[in-house]
Structures are given as structure tokens and as C-alpha cells.
Design a protein around this ligand. Structure first.
Ligand code: UD1
Length: 384
């Protein structure tokens, strides 16, 4: 029996881990045993617990409860906690890490230093913007990983551009094994397909909020480059308010706790007053997984600085204004289903006008919905 430790910490990782965990339970139960370690990076019920409940993930076997902190503090606490679990239990054949958060980086450092193989799901993504903490986390994690599971052709090309080889057979890691890149497809696509119909039954957010199909905007904002920069946050909120006023369209904004904390600090009194008075800018608590799926599926346009929300919008055939200077998911922009607008007021409005008024194509770019099975098969093969 192969024993794997899945490391999660932030909201998007809980979502990605659900797909892998389901594949292990349904198809590899006789070969693989999975334990889950939650770092506690996200700890609010609506940032963490609700996703376990909705996505049907087993209770974590370990919770480090690290909470919030500076990058150094948070990362250090996670490294310490994971090292302890891996050395005390010493029974794991490998760790699975997801994406690009501080939990991902810390897990890769802790495991690789004590020679536990690291399997990185969502490897190879790059923004080429080193001011993002995620970019640093990805680059380091990829270097330390035994198998780099990349979701897209672009990810594969990025890795090759950095000198990674498809298979490095010469001894690379302490246990004598090599390093490998696998183009697996995207586990988020697996999940979005699996949970789409279920969300329609389990969430009534559209009806509860009185929204109509393709007649509202879904917006999410949480990146430090936007929340921690007054000019950017002001520009984004002014654009949302202007579009809501001009189009008489509802803008639904589930608010990340980081953003909620920053609003009164970064926005002018004039903008805060406009938000207060505007009945169509509808700020709500962070959405659950079923809720966000329904919002993504029914919105006319999504406006977001989240990588995950960009992709989910694409999976559900909804165009997306990207509130960042670049994206890791360049395929979406190349397909014409997303426009990069950064935090620029004029560009946001122009991008919205373009996407709301044209017919957009959504080609299949993120695998076949079976990335998770492929990933587990590869891991089994690698560890045998
Ligand atoms: C983290 C990830 C980011 C990912 C995002 C998804 C890093 C560097 N960033 O960003 O890549 O897209 O998760 O949400 O790992 N907070 C709460 N309750 C919570 C969690 C956070 O109140 O349950 C607040 C705290 O004030 C905290 C702030 O949000 O300081 C930011 O949380 P943090 O985990 O540092 O980063 P995220 O912005 O969530």
C-alpha cells in the first residue's frame, strides 16, 4: 500500500485536493492510502470548513492551525509542523502539494529536505512577475518536486524553457529516483465538471439574491497587488460602480477577508459612500463552492484577479475580465474569452463592453476531466 500525505491550507487547494481525494477513494482504494494535513493557513469556516463539507473531503488527519502571519512566519510555522509530522510518523511515501501558496512552498521545502518525494499538482505555471508571492512559491516548489504535474501546454513549455526535462533519469533525488514532468490536464476542470449539476441542486444563491441568467456581473478581488495598493483598489471599485450605474446591472462581490479588511483603509470616503448608497453593487460573504459555481455559470461576465475563478468562468462558458497585469492562464486570453485589464479603470470598462457584447468561444484546453486519475496512476508507477 502506498501512503500519501496531501497538504492543503488555502481555499483553492481544498478544491483541487477534492478531485484527487475522490479519485483515490473511488478508483485506487486498494493501492493508495491518503492522509490529509491542513496547515490552517485559511481558518474561517467560509474559507475552509464549508469546502470540506460541500466537496466531500474526509476530515484532515492533521491540522497545524498556523493561521495568518507574515510570509516568513507563516511559511516557517508550516515547515516546522510538516517536518514534525513526516519524521514522527515516517510512514509516508510521498506528499502531494497543490498550486502556489505559502502552504505549497513550505510543504515542498519540509518534505524534500528529509527526502520524502514531492508531487506538485499545477506545476509549471508562471506569471513572470516576481512581485507576486505565488510566483516565488511556484518556482521553488517546481525545483524541489519529483513529479511536476502541469495542467496545460503552456505550463509544459514554461518548464522546458527553464531547463526541466520530460524525464530526468539520472539520479536526481536522494532516493536515487529521477524527476519527471507530466502533462496531466487540470484537476480543477475535473472538479468543475463533477460538481456542476450538483451545485444547481444544492445552492439557491441565484434565486435567493433575485439574480437573472446572464444579467449580473460576478466580481472577486483578493490579490495583494490590488488590495494593498490604494490606487488599484480605488480604480477597480470605481470601475465596478460605474458599470453598475451605467448598465443598471447587479455586480455580485463575494468579499475575501483580506479585501474586507483593506476597504476602509484604501478607499476614499467618496468611494465608500458610493458603495454604501449603490443598491446594485452587492457585497456578500465569501461564497461557498456550490455558490461560486452557480454565480460563475450564470453571470454575464466575471471580473476577477483570481486564477481559479478565471478558469472556472471559462469552464462554464462565461467570459472574464482579468484584474491583473498578466495571467498564468494565457490560453483563456488567446481564445478571446478573457481580457487582461489590470487595475486600470478605462481598460476594465472597455474589456467589459467588449466581452458583454460579443460571442465568445470556449475550446477544451484543460484536459479531459480525468486529470486526477492520471496523476495517481503516475505516482503509483513512480513509487513502485
Ligand atoms: C492565499 C494565497 C493565494 C490564494 C489565496 C486564495 C499565499 C501567498 N497566497 O492568499 O495564492 O489565491 O490564498 O484565497 O499563500 N484571512 C482571514 N481568514 C482566513 C484566511 C485569511 O481572515 O480564513 C485574512 C487574514 O487577515 C490574512 C489575510 O486574510 O492575513 C490573507 O490571508 P493569507 O492566507 O495570508 O493569504 P490570501 O490572501 O488568502
Amino acid at each position: 500500500m502506498i501512503r500519501l500525505l496531501t497538504i492543503i491550507g488555502a481555499r483553492p487547494q481544498i478544491i483541487k485536493a477534492a478531485a484527487i481525494s475522490r479519485a483515490i477513494r473511488n478508483q485506487f482504494a486498494g493501492q493508495v492510502e491518503e492522509h490529509i494535513l491542513h496547515t490552517g493557513q485559511h481558518y474561517d469556516d467560509n474559507m475552509s470548513e464549508v469546502f470540506f463539507r460541500e466537496l466531500g473531503i474526509p476530515e484532515p488527519n492533521f491540522n497545524l492551525h498556523v493561521g495568518s502571519g507574515t510570509h516568513g512566519t507563516q511559511t516557517a510555522r508550516i515547515i516546522e509542523g510538516i517536518e514534525k509530522v513526516l519524521t514522527e510518523d515516517a510512514k509516508y511515501d510521498g506528499v502531494i502539494v497543490y498550486g502556489d501558496t505559502n502552504s505549497t512552498l513550505a510543504a515542498a521545502v519540509a518534505a524534500s529536505k528529509i527526502h520524502v518525494p514531492v508531487f506538485h499538482v499545477e506545476a509549471g505555471l508562471r506569471s513572470f512577475n516576481m512581485s507576486m508571492p505565488e510566483e516565488i512559491n511556484r518556482i521553488v516548489c517546481d525545483q524541489l518536486s519529483n513529479i511536476l504535474f502541469t495542467p496545460t501546454e503552456t505550463g509544459l513549455m514554461n518548464l522546458k524553457g527553464e531547463g526541466f526535462e520530460d524525464i530526468k533519469t539520472k539520479v536526481h533525488f536522494a532516493d536515487g529516483r529521477g524527476q519527471k514532468i507530466v502533462l496531466s490536464g487540470d484537476v480543477m476542470y475535473d472538479n468543475s465538471m463533477y460538481f456542476s449539476a450538483m451545485a444547481d441542486v444544492k445552492s439557491d444563491i441565484i434565486e435567493r439574491m433575485g439574480l437573472r441568467y446572464r444579467e449580473f456581473i460576478l466580481a472577486t478581488i483578493h490579490r495583494p497587488a490590488n488590495t494593498d495598493n490604494a490606487a488599484n483598489l480605488q480604480s477597480i471599485f470605481t470601475a465596478l460602480l460605474d458599470i453598475a450605474d451605467r448598465e443598471q446591472i447587479d455586480v455580485v462581490l463575494p468579499l475575501h477577508p483580506r479585501t474586507r479588511k483593506m476597504l476602509p483603509i484604501q478607499l476614499t470616503k467618496e468611494i465608500l459612500d458610493r458603495i454604501e448608497e449603490n443598491k446594485q453593487l452587492r457585497i456578500i460573504e465569501p461564497a461557498s463552492f456550490f455558490e461560486i459555481i452557480r454565480l460563475e455559470k450564470n453571470a454575464r461576465v466575471v471580473m476577477t484577479d483570481s486564477g481559479g475563478v478565471q478558469k472556472e468562468a471559462f469552464f462554464y462558458g462565461t467570459p472574464c475580465v482579468i484584474l491583473r497585469p498578466e495571467t498564468e492562464w494565457v490560453e483563456i486570453v488567446e481564445a478571446g474569452a478573457g481580457i487582461i485589464a489590470d487595475a486600470d479603470h478605462e481598460r476594465i470598462i472597455k474589456a467589459y463592453d467588449t466581452l458583454a457584447n460579443k460571442s465568445v468561444q470556449f475550446p477544451l484546453l484543460f484536459g479531459d476531466g480525468h486529470a486526477s486519475e492520471k496523476i495517481i496512476q503516475e505516482i503509483i508507477h513512480y513509487l513502485q
